[in-house]
Write a protein that binds this ligand. Structure first.
Ligand SMILES: NC(=O)c1ccc[n+]([C@@H]2O[C@H](COP(=O)([O-])OP(=O)(O)OC[C@H]3O[C@@H](n4cnc5c(N)ncnc54)[C@H](O)[C@@H]3O)[C@@H](O)[C@H]2O)c1
Length: 316
C-alpha cells in the first residue's frame, strides 16, 4: 500500500508542484486547502481534495482519521505586510493552524512533517551572506516570527512524541503558478507588467538583493526531506535545511533578466524605497549538498524563461 501524505496548501504555487511530484513517486496524496489564494485547478489529477481551513475541526479530524503518515505543510498566511497589519491573524493561521494539524496527527498515524519555512525571514539583516542554517535568527516581521516559532513547535513534538520533522528554509521561490503575494512575488508582478508592455517599477535604488530559487528545485528538496533519516534534535538548526542558490540577485538584475527572458523592451522606473524590507538576503546551500547531494539545477535565466512562458499561457 502507498504511503499517505497530506499536502496542505496544495492548491497553491509550491504545494501544487510538490503534490504532483508525490503522485509521480507513487504516494497516496490528499490536498487540503481553503482556496484563499490557491486555485482548485492547481490540484493535480490523482490527488484527493479537501477544502478546509488548517485551523478547522475538519482539518483536525482528517489528520486524526485519514491515515496520513506524512504531513507536507505548505498552507500559510504568507504576506509579510498582512502579518505586520494583523499579527494575530497571521498567528491564527500559521501557529494555531499548525498545532491543530499536529494534534490531529498525534491522534492518528502521523510520523513525519515536512514544513515550508523561510530563509528569507527567519535570519536577521546581516552582510555575512549567504546565511548558513546556524546564522543568528531575528525575524523583523510577525510572519517571520510565526515561521521560526513553528520550527520550535516541531522540535518540541520531535522530542515529546518522536515526530520526524524537517523545516525547509526556502529562499525566494519562483516559477509557474506563483502569485504576486509571495516572497518572490516580484517575478509575477514584473512578468504580468511585461506581458502588457508596461514599465517595471523598482522600489528604492534597485540594489537590494534576494536569492531566487526555481520551484522545480524546491520540489526536489521536498522529496529529499521526505526520505531523510532525521537526526536527533539538539537545536532547531539540526533539522532545518536551506533551499536556495546562495547567489544574490539585485532587483535591477532581476528586472533585466526578466526583460531578456520575455524578449520585450520596457522602461525601468524607480519609486521610494519601502520600509521594513531586508537590504540583502541569500542562503547557503552547503548543508543540502552535503546531506542530500541536492543542488539547484535550474539557472535564473532558464527559470525566468519557463515562468514567463507560463504567464503568457495563462493570459492566452
Ligand atoms: N513563495 C516563496 O518564495 C516562499 C518563500 C518562503 C516560504 N514560503 C512558504 O511556502 C508555502 C507556500 O507558499 P506559496 O508561495 O506556494 O504560496 P501560495 O499562496 O501559492 O500557497 C499557499 C496555499 O495555502 C492556502 N492557504 C492559505 N491559508 C490557508 C488556511 N488557513 N487553510 C488552508 N489553506 C490555506 C492557500 O489557498 C494557497 O493555496 C508557505 O508556507 C510560505 O510561507 C514561500
Amino acid at each position: 500500500m502507498s504511503e499517505k501524505v497530506l499536502v496542505t496548501g496544495g492548491a497553491g504555487f509550491i504545494g501544487s508542484h510538490v503534490a504532483e511530484r508525490y503522485l509521480a513517486e507513487g504516494f497516496d496524496v490528499t490536498v487540503l486547502d481553503d482556496l484563499s489564494s490557491g486555485r482548485r485547478e492547481n490540484v493535480p489529477d490523482g490527488a484527493a481534495f479537501v477544502q478546509a481551513d488548517v485551523g478547522s475541526a475538519a482539518a483536525r479530524e482528517l489528520m486524526a482519521d485519514g491515515g496520513f503518515s506524512i504531513l507536507n505543510h505548505h498552507a500559510a498566511q504568507m504576506d509579510v505586510r498582512v502579518s505586520v497589519e494583523d499579527p494575530a491573524l497571521d498567528a491564527r493561521t500559521n501557529l494555531l493552524g499548525l498545532l491543530n494539524l499536529l494534534e490531529g496527527g498525534r491522534a492518528g498515524a502521523l510520523r513525519r512533517v515536512v514544513f515550508a519555512s523561510s530563509g528569507g525571514v527567519v535570519y536577521g539583516e546581516s552582510d555575512d551572506l549567504p546565511h548558513p542554517e546556524t546564522a543568528p535568527k531575528l525575524p523583523v516581521s510577525p510572519y517571520g516570527v510565526s515561521k521560526l516559532a513553528s520550527e520550535f513547535y516541531l522540535a518540541a513534538y520531535a522530542q515529546l512524541h518522536g515526530l520526524a520533522a524537517v523545516s525547509l528554509r526556502y529562499a525566494n521561490v519562483f516559477g509557474p503558478r506563483q502569485n504576486p503575494h509571495g516572497e518572490a512575488g516580484v517575478v509575477a508582478i514584473f512578468g504580468s507588467r511585461l506581458l502588457r508592455r508596461q514599465g517595471l517599477t523598482i522600489f528604492g535604488d534597485g540594489s537590494q538583493t534576494r536569492d531566487y530559487v526555481y520551484v522545480g528545485d524546491v520540489v526536489n528538496a521536498n522529496l529529499c526531506a521526505t526520505r531523510w533519516q532525521v537526526p536527533p534534535v539538539a537545536t532547531i538548526d539540526d533539522v532545518a535545511v536551506n533551499v536556495g542558490t546562495a547567489a544574490e540577485t539585485s532587483v535591477t538584475q532581476l528586472a533585466r533578466a526578466l526583460i531578456d527572458a520575455a524578449e520585450v523592451t520596457v522602461p525601468i522606473e524607480h519609486a521610494a524605497a519601502r520600509p521594513g524590507e531586508l537590504r540583502r538576503s541569500a542562503v547557503s546551500v552547503d548543508k543540502a549538498a552535503r546531506i542530500w547531494g541536492w543542488r539547484p539545477e535550474v539557472t535564473l535565466a532558464e527559470g525566468l524563461r519557463r515562468t514567463y512562458e507560463w504567464i503568457q499561457e495563462e493570459a492566452a
